[in-house]
Design a protein. Structure first.
Length: 355
């Protein structure tokens, strides 16, 4: 969702690109179908790194990306987000003195127990161009000693995808196919280790889902790693907690756009719900996306889940904050990304000519 608008803008401008799919997200419903629904071209290469420990996955991506870079000698490597593929690709390219550009730079949760936080920090400090989504990202990078000449505030490419596909996603009415009423259901996602690997915490979250389901149905697309953790509990959940397989992008976007409330531990979903104006409860103690709280529809729940019941009361009573979109979340971030890349190469060419 972050890269699709950029890939399509590069194609529109006739700029040469090579699209690499690492295969870190290896479930077809969570990966391949996204390419199809987002209108992206087939990847030029599929690395198929699959699952494994953080070290194993990162090492496999580094080896494969290094080989790709040596073979094709790119002028720049463009990465997005904060997953293991992001930091591994950036490290491989930087060690070969290939410029790195990072989409979604500067986000910080200030919680180094999160693997994503370490990935974000390392990637940013290896990058030559840092494309930020919100003002907090600019501040964080400056605080860490990264100069303004590297930072480009462009807005949010994920929101580009939301703006481009919301109408089609809603037209499909995915809620009706699941037997629930538009606006009268909750949408739940869980995947972070802090929530699903801790048995006591997971039990609390499932109990919360049961409490919410007494009032409105809960749709729960279950991440593969989460499904492993709740195996055996399925029969203990009421029918109003509907466990679903991972969903294609348009199906999930349609459900999100017309849900009464979204409960999640995902970073990207915090942004998407703010763009959509849908109430969001983030089942974490922090967020690396403060604009979604300060300006959007998101609230951080924290450790004590008892407060969620009152939050649900407010949402169902129509008393939740309306929120608004942060600056430059206007559907044109990808265009500004490519402007930044073209400017970088013009400046580099000028510097070379002047020297």
């Amino acid at each position: 969702m972050k890269m699709a608008p950029v890939v399509l803008e590069l194609k529109r401008r006739g700029l040469s690109q090579r699209l690499i799919h690492t295969g870190q997200h290896y479930d077809a419903a969570m990966s391949t179908v996204f390419f199809e629904e987002l209108g992206m071209p087939e990847p030029d290469v599929y690395l198929g790194v699959g699952s494994g420990s953080h070290a194993q996955q990162t090492a496999r991506v580094m080896l494969a990306i290094e080989e790709e870079c040596l073979r094709h000698k790119p002028s720049m490597l463009l990465v997005a987000g904060d997953v293991n593929s992001t930091v591994a690709s950036a490290m491989a390219a930087a060690k070969l003195n290939i410029p790195v550009a990072h989409i979604e730079a500067g986000l910080r949760s200030f919680d180094r127990t999160m693997p994503e936080e370490l990935n974000r920090i390392v990637t940013d400090h290896l990058s030559d161009l840092l494309f930020t989504t919100e003002e907090s990202g600019n501040r964080n990078l400056r605080r860490e000693g990264i100069g303004d000449r590297k930072i480009r505030f462009v807005g949010n490419c994920m929101v580009d995808s939301v703006r481009s596909h919301e109408e089609e996603a809603v037209r499909r009415r995915p809620w009706a196919k699941l037997g629930v009423e538009e606006g009268a259901y909750a949408l739940l996602t869980l995947h972070r280790p802090s929530n699903v690997d801790d048995e006591a915490r997971l039990e609390e979250l499932l109990n919360l889902a049961v409490r919410i389901a007494r009032r409105i149905p809960v749709l729960f697309p279950v991440h593969p790693r989460t499904r492993e953790k709740i195996a055996g509990r399925n029969g203990l959940l009421p029918q109003s907690v509907l466990l679903l397989d991972p969903l294609p992008y348009l199906t999930f976007l349609g459900l999100m756009a017309r849900s009464g409330v979204v409960l999640t531990d995902s970073g990207g979903i915090q942004e998407e719900t703010t763009a959509l104006g849908v109430p969001c409860l983030t089942l974490r103690v922090n967020t690396e996306r403060p604009a979604t709280v300060e300006q959007g529809t998101n609230e951080i729940v924290g450790e004590k889940l008892e407060c969620v019941d009152g939050m649900i009361d407010s949402i169902l009573a129509g008393k939740w904050k309306r929120g608004g979109c942060p600056p430059l979340w206007d559907g044109h971030a990808a265009s500004r990304v490519i402007d930044g890349i073209e400017e970088y190469f013009r400046s580099s060419a000028c510097s070379s000519a002047c020297s």
